[in-house]
Design a protein around this ligand. Structure first.
Ligand code: ATP
Ligand code: MG
Length: 439
């Protein structure tokens, strides 16, 4: 079965990226690689293992997992029908549901709990603005199979330690507990009574949510509702003994680790699946998109996705927002430069020159090769100019006559040291070693 894809386009229109989806170009991409390496290193120290799930999942996973009356499911999902078999599919708007699906599908909790992390793109059809994109990236950490507040604390300390490793400051932690479903039901009834007394200040969206998901009204960004939200009954005062004990134990661990936090009784988080602990890391430096990382417990999600009931907790962190903060607060990244630039005056030298360059690369030297324009290699002057702007410390000149003698000229491009002839090309490893120890 095949069907022609119809695209209204003329050959002369320039093709550009989808709105709200960004290219990450060099040199900025170096900051991403630096960040990703820090994350991998830290996750290994906490013994979290990497999980990679597909970017496309069945739409039902998110509808069931996140809840029907959530911003994401109501209006932000990129959903489509597979043209070949009619399946309802969605580009993942977040990764927790996919991780849980994979854990259940592969029975990963069979031999005990799991600590997992992921990094990758997520998709939400939102209004693009600073810190809010349609394709954005998250790092997430998920701990499945453990119910105690100790892992909640571990996850929070892990995030905080990541911020420290990156050299970031002024990120505060807000905490709350959403209790258990029965406690929320009592709170929900009280909330409805409260908001019904203030119907005149509720916006359209809030009115609609009053009987479907009144707790989400607490998450409103509507400034006119500030005082009504502030005077609303607080979920914390509906918590029973067990929920309170869980919350207190988490706080005691954070206190013992000297990690400051504030309790925000109105912190509810956007998704339905949370219970007990919820938290956010927030900065004031990024304007209104200040939430860097958010997470909490989701003890009922695994069951909802068809697995054996099992507790779980995790967080998701927005990489774009975090790197914006890195840009603002940290030293600029040093530009990536090769160690050496290979200058090749004659096309005839290419085979032998490339053989030597490959040997240098195997020995750990970063070599940028002058690439031909198709006909000829270009003048020495233009090759030296390129060598200079590459930032390389050394120029390697593969002259025809020298190559025939098994030699190459090494010229320092930075400190005025004259050319030096390197003989015996079979000793590149040795030379590589010397070069490395000189800078
Ligand atoms: P917000 O209230 O800002 O919409 P959220 O509650 O929808 O956030 P989560 O689903 O908890 O966000 O995602 C975790 C993190 O991912 C957020 O704290 C944020 O840093 C980042 N994030 C969420 N949506 C976007 C987006 N559209 N563009 C860039 N980053 C995002
Ligand atoms: Mg959102």
């Amino acid at each position: 079965m095949s069907e022609k894809i119809q695209v209204a386009s003329s050959k002369s229109t320039k093709l550009v990226a989808v709105k709200g989806m960004n290219d990450i170009l060099p040199p900025d991409s170096a900051r991403w690689e630096w960040f990703e390496a820090k994350v991998r290193h830290l996750m290994a120290r906490y013994a979290y293992r990497n999980i990679r799930t597909p970017i496309v999942e069945p739409t039902a996973l998110f509808v069931r997992g996140l809840g029907e009356v959530t911003d994401i499911v109501e209006k932000e999902m990129y959903s489509f029908e597979d043209r070949l078999n009619g399946e309802a599919l969605t580009l993942r708007p977040e990764c927790t549901a996919g991780v849980v699906r994979a854990v259940v599908e592969h029975n990963l909790l069979y031999e005990g709990g799991k600590r997992l992390y992921y990094m990758g793109p997520m998709f939400r059809h939102e209004r693009p603005q600073r810190g809010r994109y349609r394709q954005f990236h998250q790092v997430g950490a998920e701990v499945l199979g453990f119910g105690g507040p100790d892992v909640d604390a571990e996850l929070i300390l892990l995030a905080s330690s990541l911020f420290k490793q990156l050299g970031l400051r002024d990120i505060r932690l807000e905490l709350n507990s959403l209790g258990q479903p029965a406690e929320r039901l009592a709170h929900r009834a009280a909330l409805i009574v409260h908001f019904e007394q203030h119907l005149n200040v509720l916006g359209e969206e809030e009115k609609r949510r009053l009987h479907t998901n009144p707790m989400r009204i607490l998450d409103t960004k509507n400034p006119a509702m500030k005082s009504v939200v502030e005077s609303a009954p607080q979920l914390l005062s509906f918590l029973g003994e067990a929920s309170m004990a869980h919350f207190t134990a988490l706080r005691t661990i954070l206190d013992a680790n000297g990690l400051p936090y504030t309790i925000n009784p109105r912190l509810v988080r956007g998704l339905d699946y949370y219970n007990l602990t919820v938290f956010e890391f927030i900065t004031e430096s990024l304007g209104s998109q200040g939430t860097i990382c958010g997470g909490g417990r989701y003890d009922y999600l695994i069951e909802q996705v068809g697995g054996k009931p099992s507790p779980a907790v995790g967080w998701g962190l927005g990489i774009e927002r975090l790197l914006e903060l890195v840009k603002e607060q940290c030293e600029p990244m040093a530009a990536l430069t090769p160690d050496a630039y290979a200058i090749i005056p004659d096309v005839a030298s290419l085979p032998e020159a490339i053989r030597v360059i490959e040997a240098l690369r195997s020995a750990g030297i970063a070599v940028q090769m002058h690439a031909s324009a198709g006909e000829g290699m270009g003048s020495m002057k233009s090759q030296f100019k390129k060598a200079d702007s590459s930032g390389a410390a050394y120029g390697l000149i593969f002259g025809v006559d020298e190559l025939a003698l098994g030699q190459v000229t090494v010229k320092s491009l930075r400190d005025g040291v004259g050319a030096q002839r390197l003989e015996d090309l079979t000793c590149v490893a040795q030379w590589a070693h010397t070069l490395q120890s000189t800078h």
